[in-house]
Each structure stands twice: as C-alpha cells, then as structure tokens.
Design a binder for this molecule. Sequence first.
Ligand code: F6R
Length: 249
Amino acid sequence: MTESAPARIFPDRTEACRILAAEVAELVRSINNAGRPAVLGLATGRTPLPFYAELIRLHQAGELSFANVISFNLDEYLGLSHGHPESYRTFMERELFSHVDMRPENINIPNGNPDDISARCAAYEKAIRDAGGIDFQLLGIGRTGHIGFNEPGSPRDSRTRQVELDPITREDAAPSFGGLEHVPTHAISMGCGTILEARKIALLAWGDGKASIVKEALTGPITDQVSASFLQEHPDATFYLDAEAGSEL
Ligand code: F6R
C-alpha cells in the first residue's frame, strides 16, 4: 500500500459512511464558517447510497445544511430522455437532493443531451473553476478500475468529455436498465485530470466483488489502464472500505 493513498478498512459500510459523513459535515461547516460555499463532487451508483442516507440523517438532525453547498456530479449517461429513471439527475434527486436544503441553482450534473457536447463539457469545467475548484470529491470504483466513467485508456490529464462505456461497465448496469440493449453506450464524464484537482478525495468500495480492483488501484502500477491508480499520486485521497473490499490488501 502506498503512503499517499491510504486505505481505511471498517467492519461494514454503515460504519464507514457514518465516519465519512461526519468528516464531510465538519468540512462543510468549516468552509462555510470561513465565509465561502463548500464545493462537493458527487457520485452515483450503488456504493454512495448509505453515505447519502447518512448525510440526510445529519441534515434532519440539524447538524448539516446544504444551503451553502455547490455540487458537481461526476457523470451522466448520454442520450437518456429527460426524467429517465436511470439518469443520474433522477438518481441524485431521489437519493439526496429532494431530502436536503440544496439550492437548485447550486446543483451541477453533466447534461446527457447529445447536442453541442464539447461546448457543454468546456462550460462544466469552467463552472468548476468559477466555483473555486472542488473541496471534496466522492468516488466509487468500477470493475474496470474506472473513477467517474474514465475507462481503461483515459489519460491522466483528461477533462470532462464524451466517453465510451467499457463492455464490463455496461454489463454491470444491465440489470437496472432491464437488459444490456437498454444501457447507453456513451456518457459524459469528468476527466481524470478534473477529478485529481479536487483538494480532498474519498473513494468508497464495498463487498468482495471490489476486492481485487481495489488492491490493483492501491498497490498496482500507476497506469491509465486503472484510472483509480492515479489516486496513489494525490496528496489527500483515501479509500474507505468495508472488510470484504479490503480483504486482499
Ligand atoms: C458513478 C460513477 C462510477 C461508479 C462506479 C461504481 O457516478 O462515476 O464510477 O462509482 O461504476 O458503481 P457502483 O457503486 O454501482 O458499484
């Protein structure tokens, strides 16, 4: 394991999310107390669900306000209709935003409309810069080692752009789409370079299905074949794992 990307292994995901959510709440409060909005980079998928549940609990307990939070999501599928149940915008509304006091104008999610993609990607990058950069970035990891949808071959300095989904990633998404043929082939994703500019990063992984890719990302070579391996070079990136995901370390 490297010094620069430590792993914290918890008995289970609930405990990992309780600890991380308390840390993120503290970060948001301290940035807000310093007089500026906290900028959070957010992820979708199965992994962050217990983390969002804990953020909602903290909000309902009066311990965390999102009134002064700006969010940027990592990615969005390309070409889904507005309000599609599997779109990441729908996911974020359902799992977090509708339960907390985020201001709609502070929510940023890549737009999966296939027109004018490069202009919209450049505007997304500019919006992140204009917000002052990302204070805290949440990540999951795919079986291909992707962070965001930066599939094998994504350069270290890649920015927000259209990407093609790896067949393994599409296969993993097939059950929720009701079959592989309904899974989009492309997405818009923040790049590795965009993600690595976040000041603080937490990558979450649960279950033994993630154990071998977690090991590769943390202890294998730093390579564009496993984009999560770039986190080894980040000064403040931590893997939050349950016992199963950490079992090969
Ligand atoms: C989601 C994302 C992806 C997922 C990864 C893991 O916004 O960018 O990198 O984090 O595919 O997905 P789950 O959590 O469903 O295993």
